[in-house]
Design a protein around this ligand. Structure first.
Ligand code: TYM
Length: 327
């Protein structure tokens, strides 16, 4: 029996290079060796302002992004969170064993609460509990994510421990499989649509170059002749390391330090590698966008399969907490 993985993404906007490197690319690689469930987590996405028409489109785009990145519905389950209502039911049960004093300390809650002061809703606070449910309802042992998600996985382990302690061994304590966080092209902020500092998976080579050419490098390197320090350069540290091979990295590192290459030369090598990696993904996005029925079928059938697994765990939980009226 293969060990289980769960991971998910919010349908909050276009998928970007950070989602791809931090999550999707890893998911596609892991799916042959693990029993994988990948979720489009739309209940998480409504903790921030949203429009009913827009979210439907984003769910579809998110599924297209999963498939174009290589998630194979023959190997993995692709599910939509709102189509598996057991997630919401188990969240209520977990709410009753989750400490509020820990939830208010979660970094994403603090960040979102300060960003949307007029809309600090319960869902924002409860976000990590729902996330713990996503993982534990499938008894997943591993969670491949970008490192921004680590505090959430830690809380998931705490909830699993607490449940097991009170009601008997039920859940594994899942471990994260982490990919490093990529900063935006400005070198200081996280990737964000509003700041326009990220490359999206569906962007053309021209659009990519327009963003990459002015991207921030080692800020002490003012002129072409100035030597640079690759370890202080976001483009080298996050981007080249993710897309370029060892020889290219050595060439760029040396050339930057002795100023034999300039930042634009370095970026051209990177650009070629990004385009090589992302062109097949972009082409598949175009193709899947035209196959609306197929994509919706993947989501609906995947959610049915996920529902069977989720129901099994929910029943076990209800029995353990004494809510076993129907069994
Ligand atoms: P979300 O939708 O923000 O992002 C989806 C995945 O992409 C990763 N990621 C990044 N990785 C590296 N660098 C970046 N700049 C970058 N931006 C995004 C994220 O780490 C994530 O792995 N809370 C989750 C969704 C979620 C979930 C779950 C994940 C809900 N339930 C259960 C795992 C398991 C989130 O907001 O991801």
């Amino acid at each position: 029996m293969k060990r289980r993985i769960f991971s998910g993404a919010q349908p909050t906007g276009r998928l970007h290079i950070g989602n791809y490197l931090g999550a999707l690319q890893n998911w596609a690689q892991l799916q042959s060796d693990y029993d994988c469930v990948f979720g489009i987590v739309d209940y998480h996405a409504i903790t921030v302002p949203f429009s009913p028409q827009e979210i439907k489109k984003r769910v579809f785009d998110c599924a297209v992004g999963f498939l174009a990145s290589g998630i194979d519905p023959e190997k993995s389950i692709v599910m939509l969170q709102s189509l598996v209502p057991q997630h919401a039911e188990l969240t209520w049960i977990f709410n009753c064993i989750s400490p509020v004093q820990e939830l208010i300390r979660v970094p994403t809650f603090k960040e979102k609460a300060s960003q949307q002061k007029g809309n600090v809703n319960m869902g924002l606070l409860d976000y990590p509990v729902l996330m713990a449910v996503d993982i534990l309802i499938y008894k997943a042992e591993f969670v491949p994510v970008g490192d921004d998600q680590i505090p959430h996985i830690e809380l998931t382990r705490e909830i699993a421990r607490e449940f097991n302690k009170r009601f008997g061994e039920t859940f594994p304590e899942p471990k994260e499989i982490v990919r490093p966080r990529m900063l935006g092209l400005d070198g200081t902020n996280k990737m964000s649509k509003t700041l326009g500092n990220c490359i999206y998976l569906d962007e053309s080579p021209d659009e990519i170059w327009k963003k990459l050419a002015p991207a921030v490098t080692d800020t002490r390197r003012k002129k072409r002749q100035d030597p640079g320090e690759p370890n202080d350069c976001n483009i080298f540290k996050s981007y080249h390391k993710a897309f370029s091979n060892r020889e290219e990295l050595t060439y760029v590192e040396k050339g930057c330090r002795n100023a034999s290459i300039g930042c634009l030369d370095c970026k051209r090598i990177l650009f070629d590698n990004i385009v090589k990696e992302l062109t097949p993904v972009r082409e598949k996005i175009e193709r899947f966008k035209d196959k609306k029925d197929y994509v919706m079928d993947v989501i609906i059938e995947g959610s049915k399969k996920a529902g069977v697994l989720a129901e099994r765990t929910l029943r076990e939980v209800k029995q353990k907490i004494g809510f076993d009226y129907l069994s």
